[in-house]
Design a protein around this ligand. Structure first.
Ligand code: NAP
Length: 321
Protein backbone atom coordinates (compact mmCIF):
# COMPACT_ATOMS: atom_id res chain seq x y z
CA UNK A 1 0.00 0.00 0.00
CA UNK A 2 1.33 3.44 -0.98
CA UNK A 3 1.82 5.97 1.80
CA UNK A 4 0.83 9.42 0.51
CA UNK A 5 2.71 12.48 1.84
CA UNK A 6 0.68 15.07 3.75
CA UNK A 7 0.70 18.77 4.46
CA UNK A 8 -1.33 20.78 6.97
CA UNK A 9 -4.13 23.31 6.58
CA UNK A 10 -5.96 25.70 8.90
CA UNK A 11 -8.72 23.91 10.80
CA UNK A 12 -10.83 24.10 13.93
CA UNK A 13 -8.11 22.01 15.64
CA UNK A 14 -5.43 24.56 14.69
CA UNK A 15 -3.71 22.68 11.87
CA UNK A 16 -4.90 19.47 10.28
CA UNK A 17 -3.13 16.99 7.98
CA UNK A 18 -4.34 16.57 4.43
CA UNK A 19 -2.91 13.93 2.07
CA UNK A 20 -1.44 15.66 -0.99
CA UNK A 21 -3.09 13.21 -3.40
CA UNK A 22 -6.87 12.90 -3.24
CA UNK A 23 -9.37 10.63 -4.95
CA UNK A 24 -11.94 12.40 -7.17
CA UNK A 25 -15.48 11.06 -7.44
CA UNK A 26 -17.12 13.18 -10.15
CA UNK A 27 -18.73 10.93 -12.73
CA UNK A 28 -21.68 11.25 -15.04
CA UNK A 29 -21.75 7.71 -16.26
CA UNK A 30 -20.87 5.45 -13.33
CA UNK A 31 -23.61 4.44 -10.89
CA UNK A 32 -23.55 4.32 -7.09
CA UNK A 33 -22.38 0.70 -6.87
CA UNK A 34 -19.38 1.44 -9.09
CA UNK A 35 -18.47 4.49 -6.99
CA UNK A 36 -18.81 2.54 -3.73
CA UNK A 37 -16.63 -0.32 -5.04
CA UNK A 38 -14.05 2.18 -6.36
CA UNK A 39 -13.85 3.88 -2.95
CA UNK A 40 -13.20 0.55 -1.21
CA UNK A 41 -10.53 -0.30 -3.77
CA UNK A 42 -8.99 3.17 -3.42
CA UNK A 43 -8.73 2.77 0.35
CA UNK A 44 -7.07 -0.62 -0.21
CA UNK A 45 -4.34 0.89 -2.40
CA UNK A 46 -3.68 3.82 -0.08
CA UNK A 47 -5.95 6.81 -0.87
CA UNK A 48 -7.06 8.58 2.31
CA UNK A 49 -8.35 11.87 0.89
CA UNK A 50 -11.72 11.80 -0.91
CA UNK A 51 -13.35 14.58 -2.89
CA UNK A 52 -17.08 14.80 -3.53
CA UNK A 53 -19.78 17.45 -3.89
CA UNK A 54 -23.55 17.57 -3.62
CA UNK A 55 -23.54 18.25 -7.37
CA UNK A 56 -21.83 14.93 -8.19
CA UNK A 57 -24.39 12.79 -6.36
CA UNK A 58 -21.53 10.66 -5.09
CA UNK A 59 -21.78 11.65 -1.42
CA UNK A 60 -23.97 8.64 -0.63
CA UNK A 61 -21.85 5.96 -2.36
CA UNK A 62 -18.69 7.56 -0.93
CA UNK A 63 -20.17 7.22 2.57
CA UNK A 64 -21.19 3.64 1.81
CA UNK A 65 -17.68 2.85 0.56
CA UNK A 66 -16.20 4.28 3.76
CA UNK A 67 -18.55 2.12 5.85
CA UNK A 68 -17.64 -0.95 3.82
CA UNK A 69 -13.92 -0.21 4.30
CA UNK A 70 -14.50 0.05 8.05
CA UNK A 71 -16.47 -3.21 8.03
CA UNK A 72 -13.65 -4.94 6.14
CA UNK A 73 -11.07 -3.57 8.58
CA UNK A 74 -9.21 -1.64 5.84
CA UNK A 75 -9.27 1.36 8.18
CA UNK A 76 -9.87 1.40 11.90
CA UNK A 77 -11.77 4.66 12.12
CA UNK A 78 -13.31 7.35 9.93
CA UNK A 79 -10.75 9.77 11.39
CA UNK A 80 -8.09 8.13 9.18
CA UNK A 81 -9.78 9.72 6.16
CA UNK A 82 -9.92 13.28 4.87
CA UNK A 83 -13.32 13.95 3.27
CA UNK A 84 -14.17 17.06 1.26
CA UNK A 85 -17.58 18.05 -0.01
CA UNK A 86 -18.93 21.24 -1.56
CA UNK A 87 -21.78 23.72 -1.31
CA UNK A 88 -23.62 23.85 -4.63
CA UNK A 89 -24.51 27.17 -6.28
CA UNK A 90 -28.25 26.91 -5.64
CA UNK A 91 -27.49 27.14 -1.90
CA UNK A 92 -25.04 30.06 -1.88
CA UNK A 93 -27.21 32.29 0.34
CA UNK A 94 -26.60 32.78 4.05
CA UNK A 95 -29.72 30.93 5.24
CA UNK A 96 -29.27 28.02 2.80
CA UNK A 97 -25.71 27.01 3.77
CA UNK A 98 -26.45 25.15 7.01
CA UNK A 99 -29.32 23.06 5.55
CA UNK A 100 -27.08 22.18 2.55
CA UNK A 101 -24.22 21.18 4.87
CA UNK A 102 -26.56 19.00 6.95
CA UNK A 103 -27.96 17.38 3.80
CA UNK A 104 -24.44 16.53 2.61
CA UNK A 105 -23.60 14.96 5.97
CA UNK A 106 -26.82 12.98 5.84
CA UNK A 107 -25.94 11.75 2.31
CA UNK A 108 -22.44 10.81 3.45
CA UNK A 109 -23.67 9.22 6.68
CA UNK A 110 -20.92 11.13 8.53
CA UNK A 111 -20.95 13.36 11.60
CA UNK A 112 -18.50 15.83 10.08
CA UNK A 113 -16.44 16.47 6.96
CA UNK A 114 -12.83 17.59 7.01
CA UNK A 115 -13.34 20.33 4.43
CA UNK A 116 -16.40 22.16 3.09
CA UNK A 117 -15.88 24.26 -0.04
CA UNK A 118 -17.97 26.88 -1.84
CA UNK A 119 -18.08 25.06 -5.19
CA UNK A 120 -18.23 28.24 -7.31
CA UNK A 121 -18.40 31.84 -6.05
CA UNK A 122 -21.74 32.40 -7.74
CA UNK A 123 -25.47 31.90 -7.31
CA UNK A 124 -27.53 29.78 -9.70
CA UNK A 125 -31.21 30.51 -9.77
CA UNK A 126 -32.17 27.18 -11.28
CA UNK A 127 -31.86 23.63 -10.05
CA UNK A 128 -30.87 22.22 -13.41
CA UNK A 129 -27.20 22.15 -14.30
CA UNK A 130 -27.38 21.41 -17.97
CA UNK A 131 -25.05 23.58 -19.98
CA UNK A 132 -25.12 26.15 -21.29
CA UNK A 133 -26.62 27.93 -18.27
CA UNK A 134 -28.61 31.00 -19.38
CA UNK A 135 -27.08 34.28 -18.26
CA UNK A 136 -30.21 35.29 -16.36
CA UNK A 137 -29.89 32.20 -14.11
CA UNK A 138 -26.44 33.25 -12.82
CA UNK A 139 -26.02 35.93 -10.16
CA UNK A 140 -23.29 37.28 -7.87
CA UNK A 141 -23.24 36.06 -4.26
CA UNK A 142 -23.11 38.00 -1.03
CA UNK A 143 -19.76 36.51 -0.01
CA UNK A 144 -19.81 38.03 3.52
CA UNK A 145 -23.16 36.41 4.29
CA UNK A 146 -22.14 33.05 2.76
CA UNK A 147 -18.73 33.01 4.45
CA UNK A 148 -20.26 33.73 7.88
CA UNK A 149 -22.60 30.79 7.33
CA UNK A 150 -19.60 28.61 6.36
CA UNK A 151 -17.85 29.70 9.59
CA UNK A 152 -20.98 28.75 11.49
CA UNK A 153 -20.62 25.19 10.10
CA UNK A 154 -17.11 25.04 11.62
CA UNK A 155 -18.36 26.42 14.94
CA UNK A 156 -21.08 23.74 15.01
CA UNK A 157 -18.46 21.03 14.45
CA UNK A 158 -19.94 19.97 11.08
CA UNK A 159 -16.71 20.62 9.19
CA UNK A 160 -13.12 20.98 10.40
CA UNK A 161 -12.05 23.43 7.68
CA UNK A 162 -13.68 25.64 5.07
CA UNK A 163 -12.52 26.92 1.73
CA UNK A 164 -13.37 27.95 -1.78
CA UNK A 165 -13.17 26.51 -5.25
CA UNK A 166 -12.86 28.14 -8.67
CA UNK A 167 -11.98 31.38 -6.95
CA UNK A 168 -9.75 34.19 -8.17
CA UNK A 169 -7.65 36.35 -5.82
CA UNK A 170 -10.22 39.15 -5.82
CA UNK A 171 -12.91 37.05 -4.13
CA UNK A 172 -10.38 35.48 -1.73
CA UNK A 173 -9.18 38.94 -0.70
CA UNK A 174 -12.76 39.92 0.01
CA UNK A 175 -13.17 36.83 2.20
CA UNK A 176 -9.86 37.46 4.00
CA UNK A 177 -10.96 41.02 4.81
CA UNK A 178 -14.01 39.82 6.79
CA UNK A 179 -13.08 36.25 7.85
CA UNK A 180 -12.80 35.06 11.43
CA UNK A 181 -11.79 31.68 9.98
CA UNK A 182 -9.72 32.09 6.81
CA UNK A 183 -10.16 29.82 3.78
CA UNK A 184 -7.87 26.79 4.10
CA UNK A 185 -8.04 25.64 0.46
CA UNK A 186 -8.81 26.91 -3.04
CA UNK A 187 -9.64 24.01 -5.37
CA UNK A 188 -9.15 24.95 -9.02
CA UNK A 189 -8.47 23.40 -12.39
CA UNK A 190 -4.73 22.74 -12.63
CA UNK A 191 -2.67 20.71 -15.06
CA UNK A 192 0.25 21.24 -17.46
CA UNK A 193 -2.07 23.10 -19.83
CA UNK A 194 -3.42 25.41 -17.11
CA UNK A 195 -0.56 25.81 -14.69
CA UNK A 196 -2.00 28.44 -12.30
CA UNK A 197 1.43 29.90 -11.54
CA UNK A 198 0.25 33.27 -10.20
CA UNK A 199 -2.72 31.86 -8.33
CA UNK A 200 -0.39 29.32 -6.70
CA UNK A 201 1.95 32.14 -5.59
CA UNK A 202 -0.99 34.16 -4.26
CA UNK A 203 -2.37 31.19 -2.30
CA UNK A 204 1.05 30.30 -0.85
CA UNK A 205 1.48 33.89 0.36
CA UNK A 206 -1.89 33.71 2.09
CA UNK A 207 -1.39 30.25 3.66
CA UNK A 208 -4.09 28.76 1.45
CA UNK A 209 -3.45 25.31 -0.02
CA UNK A 210 -4.13 25.15 -3.74
CA UNK A 211 -5.74 21.85 -4.72
CA UNK A 212 -5.68 21.03 -8.42
CA UNK A 213 -8.70 19.36 -9.96
CA UNK A 214 -8.85 17.76 -13.42
CA UNK A 215 -5.07 17.14 -13.28
CA UNK A 216 -5.49 14.99 -16.41
CA UNK A 217 -7.69 17.66 -17.98
CA UNK A 218 -10.80 15.63 -17.15
CA UNK A 219 -9.71 13.05 -19.76
CA UNK A 220 -12.68 11.49 -21.60
CA UNK A 221 -15.26 13.37 -19.52
CA UNK A 222 -18.04 15.57 -20.81
CA UNK A 223 -16.72 18.62 -18.93
CA UNK A 224 -13.04 18.09 -19.69
CA UNK A 225 -10.82 17.49 -22.72
CA UNK A 226 -8.05 15.20 -23.95
CA UNK A 227 -5.40 17.84 -24.64
CA UNK A 228 -3.33 17.10 -21.51
CA UNK A 229 -3.09 13.36 -22.18
CA UNK A 230 -2.52 13.93 -25.90
CA UNK A 231 -0.06 16.81 -25.50
CA UNK A 232 3.13 16.05 -27.51
CA UNK A 233 5.42 17.41 -24.78
CA UNK A 234 3.79 15.21 -22.13
CA UNK A 235 3.77 12.16 -24.42
CA UNK A 236 7.44 12.61 -25.41
CA UNK A 237 8.56 12.88 -21.77
CA UNK A 238 6.41 9.83 -20.90
CA UNK A 239 8.08 7.77 -23.64
CA UNK A 240 11.59 8.80 -22.71
CA UNK A 241 11.01 8.13 -18.98
CA UNK A 242 9.07 4.87 -19.37
CA UNK A 243 6.03 6.42 -17.61
CA UNK A 244 2.47 7.05 -18.78
CA UNK A 245 1.30 10.55 -19.85
CA UNK A 246 -0.99 10.54 -16.77
CA UNK A 247 2.01 9.95 -14.49
CA UNK A 248 3.96 12.81 -16.10
CA UNK A 249 1.01 15.20 -15.66
CA UNK A 250 0.49 14.08 -12.04
CA UNK A 251 4.18 14.22 -11.14
CA UNK A 252 4.30 17.74 -12.62
CA UNK A 253 1.42 18.94 -10.44
CA UNK A 254 2.89 17.18 -7.38
CA UNK A 255 6.13 19.10 -7.89
CA UNK A 256 4.29 22.45 -7.81
CA UNK A 257 3.89 22.19 -4.01
CA UNK A 258 0.11 21.82 -4.16
CA UNK A 259 -2.32 18.98 -3.51
CA UNK A 260 -4.46 17.46 -6.24
CA UNK A 261 -7.49 15.24 -6.72
CA UNK A 262 -7.52 12.71 -9.55
CA UNK A 263 -10.38 10.40 -10.49
CA UNK A 264 -10.05 6.82 -11.63
CA UNK A 265 -12.51 4.08 -10.80
CA UNK A 266 -10.26 1.57 -12.58
CA UNK A 267 -8.14 -0.59 -10.25
CA UNK A 268 -4.96 -0.46 -12.34
CA UNK A 269 -5.19 3.25 -13.17
CA UNK A 270 -5.95 4.32 -9.60
CA UNK A 271 -2.77 2.46 -8.58
CA UNK A 272 -0.77 3.87 -11.48
CA UNK A 273 -1.78 7.40 -10.40
CA UNK A 274 -0.07 6.86 -7.05
CA UNK A 275 3.14 5.56 -8.59
CA UNK A 276 4.61 9.04 -8.93
CA UNK A 277 6.31 9.42 -5.58
CA UNK A 278 9.71 7.76 -5.98
CA UNK A 279 11.05 9.61 -9.03
CA UNK A 280 11.11 13.22 -10.20
CA UNK A 281 11.12 15.32 -13.34
CA UNK A 282 14.44 16.82 -14.42
CA UNK A 283 15.06 20.57 -14.64
CA UNK A 284 14.97 20.26 -18.44
CA UNK A 285 11.64 18.45 -18.40
CA UNK A 286 10.13 21.01 -16.01
CA UNK A 287 11.41 23.77 -18.22
CA UNK A 288 9.86 22.28 -21.35
CA UNK A 289 6.53 21.76 -19.55
CA UNK A 290 6.57 25.39 -18.32
CA UNK A 291 6.58 26.52 -21.98
CA UNK A 292 3.41 24.62 -22.98
CA UNK A 293 0.89 27.18 -24.30
CA UNK A 294 -1.79 27.77 -21.67
CA UNK A 295 -5.48 27.19 -22.23
CA UNK A 296 -8.25 26.86 -19.66
CA UNK A 297 -10.90 24.36 -20.66
CA UNK A 298 -12.93 22.93 -17.85
CA UNK A 299 -16.29 24.65 -17.40
CA UNK A 300 -15.42 28.00 -18.90
CA UNK A 301 -15.39 26.65 -22.41
CA UNK A 302 -17.78 23.77 -21.85
CA UNK A 303 -20.36 23.66 -19.15
CA UNK A 304 -20.99 27.33 -18.52
CA UNK A 305 -21.09 28.87 -21.97
CA UNK A 306 -19.23 31.97 -23.04
CA UNK A 307 -16.13 32.52 -20.87
CA UNK A 308 -16.28 36.29 -21.17
CA UNK A 309 -19.72 36.32 -19.50
CA UNK A 310 -18.42 34.25 -16.63
CA UNK A 311 -15.33 36.38 -16.18
CA UNK A 312 -17.38 39.56 -16.13
CA UNK A 313 -19.97 38.26 -13.71
CA UNK A 314 -18.06 35.92 -11.50
CA UNK A 315 -14.72 37.48 -10.94
CA UNK A 316 -12.88 34.54 -12.47
CA UNK A 317 -9.84 36.43 -13.54
CA UNK A 318 -8.09 34.84 -16.50
CA UNK A 319 -5.62 37.70 -16.66
CA UNK A 320 -4.22 36.50 -13.34
CA UNK A 321 -2.75 33.38 -14.92
N1 NAP B 1 -14.15 22.00 -7.81
C1 NAP B 1 -14.58 21.79 -9.04
O1 NAP B 1 -15.25 22.64 -9.67
C2 NAP B 1 -14.21 20.49 -9.72
C3 NAP B 1 -14.37 20.38 -11.10
C4 NAP B 1 -14.00 19.18 -11.71
C5 NAP B 1 -13.49 18.13 -10.94
N2 NAP B 1 -13.38 18.27 -9.59
C6 NAP B 1 -12.86 17.15 -8.74
O2 NAP B 1 -11.61 16.73 -9.26
C7 NAP B 1 -11.62 15.34 -9.53
C8 NAP B 1 -10.67 14.99 -10.66
O3 NAP B 1 -10.95 15.73 -11.82
P1 NAP B 1 -11.74 15.12 -13.10
O4 NAP B 1 -12.56 13.96 -12.66
O5 NAP B 1 -12.39 16.27 -13.79
O6 NAP B 1 -10.62 14.65 -14.09
P2 NAP B 1 -9.20 13.92 -14.07
O7 NAP B 1 -8.91 13.34 -12.75
O8 NAP B 1 -8.27 14.89 -14.70
O9 NAP B 1 -9.45 12.76 -15.14
C9 NAP B 1 -10.36 11.73 -14.90
C10 NAP B 1 -10.49 10.92 -16.19
O10 NAP B 1 -9.21 10.36 -16.55
C11 NAP B 1 -9.30 8.93 -16.57
N3 NAP B 1 -8.05 8.46 -15.97
C12 NAP B 1 -7.67 8.53 -14.68
N4 NAP B 1 -6.43 8.07 -14.51
C13 NAP B 1 -5.99 7.67 -15.73
C14 NAP B 1 -4.79 7.10 -16.21
N5 NAP B 1 -3.77 6.81 -15.39
N6 NAP B 1 -4.70 6.81 -17.54
C15 NAP B 1 -5.73 7.06 -18.38
N7 NAP B 1 -6.90 7.62 -17.98
C16 NAP B 1 -7.02 7.92 -16.67
C17 NAP B 1 -10.53 8.58 -15.78
O11 NAP B 1 -11.14 7.39 -16.27
P3 NAP B 1 -11.21 6.02 -15.40
O12 NAP B 1 -12.01 6.29 -14.18
O13 NAP B 1 -11.86 5.08 -16.36
O14 NAP B 1 -9.77 5.63 -15.11
C18 NAP B 1 -11.46 9.78 -16.09
O15 NAP B 1 -12.07 9.62 -17.34
C19 NAP B 1 -13.11 15.08 -9.83
O16 NAP B 1 -13.45 13.72 -9.83
C20 NAP B 1 -13.76 15.91 -8.74
O17 NAP B 1 -13.72 15.21 -7.50
C21 NAP B 1 -13.69 19.44 -8.97
Amino acid sequence: MVSIPETTITSSDGRRSIPLIGFGTASETEGGDVVKAAVVEAIKVGYRHFDTASLYQTEKPLGEGINEALRLGLIKSRAELFVTTKLWCTSTEGHLVLPAMKKSLQNLGLGYVDLYLIHWPLKLNQEQFIPPIPKESIAAINIKEVWEAMENCVNLGLTKSIGVSNSAPRIIEEILSIAKIPPAVNQVEMNPLWQQRKLNEFCKKNDILLTGYSPLGGYNTQWGHNHVMECDVIQDIAKSRGKTPAQIALRWIYEQGVSFVVKSFNKERMKQNLEILDWSLTEDELNIISKIPQQKHVYLSGAMGDPSDIIAQLDVDLAFQ
